[in-house]
Design a protein around this ligand. Sequence first.
Ligand SMILES: [Zn+2]
Length: 240
Amino acid sequence: MSVLTVQAERPGAGFLEFSREALAGYAEALGRAWGVLGVGAGDRVVVYDYGSSPVAYLASRAFAPYLERGASELTGATALCVDGLADNVGRLAHVLRHFKPRFLFARAELAPLLLAGPTAMPVEQRTARLVLSADGDTPARSERVSWEGRWRGGLSLLARCDAAAFLAAECPRCRALRVPEDLYEARITRALPLRSPHEQGRGLLTVRPRFLDLDPLTTELSVRSPAKGNGCSHADLELA
Ligand SMILES: [Zn+2]
């Protein structure tokens, strides 16, 4: 029985229907991603995103009906959401000042707003680790590097493809995308031309969640095999 219907742009179907178990599986994916990023018991997490984003509605059982354990219940952290409208950046500054989170999850398109111009976050409030996500392809590496240099708490990525109910975080040490194999079938398809001699391979990600009855979906997420010798033992994908 479906308990939650979520709009998602997907060929042939505009909505995803979640049973209680499927919703639990999706929340498990977010909880694991939080774990990869280093979120643990007692941590404070702020989510600056729309209520329709899985990064927000899976963050706590308080935010989605029929969700028994959201990412905060799974990790023991406390989550607070600020609606992800650009106009709310002032409210976010207030929340960061008083709540002092260890992690700030934000939509990638909001990063320039947080870092430059009249809406920029004061430097003393750039202490939480900033985790950016976008539904679809992630920001270019060059852009990320420039943002990272200006955000004191460091920067991580959470890869998202809402139409495939896909969530996976980048390892903060080696930058491999950690895809939980028990939750997703994922593989690189359609090899793309290499852009430098250092790349070992590049392609698009085809993914199917194991907790939801969906056909595999090829996303616009550009991924490649991670570089060798990065100090981590896992061999996942890396965002290109
Ligand atoms: Zn790693």
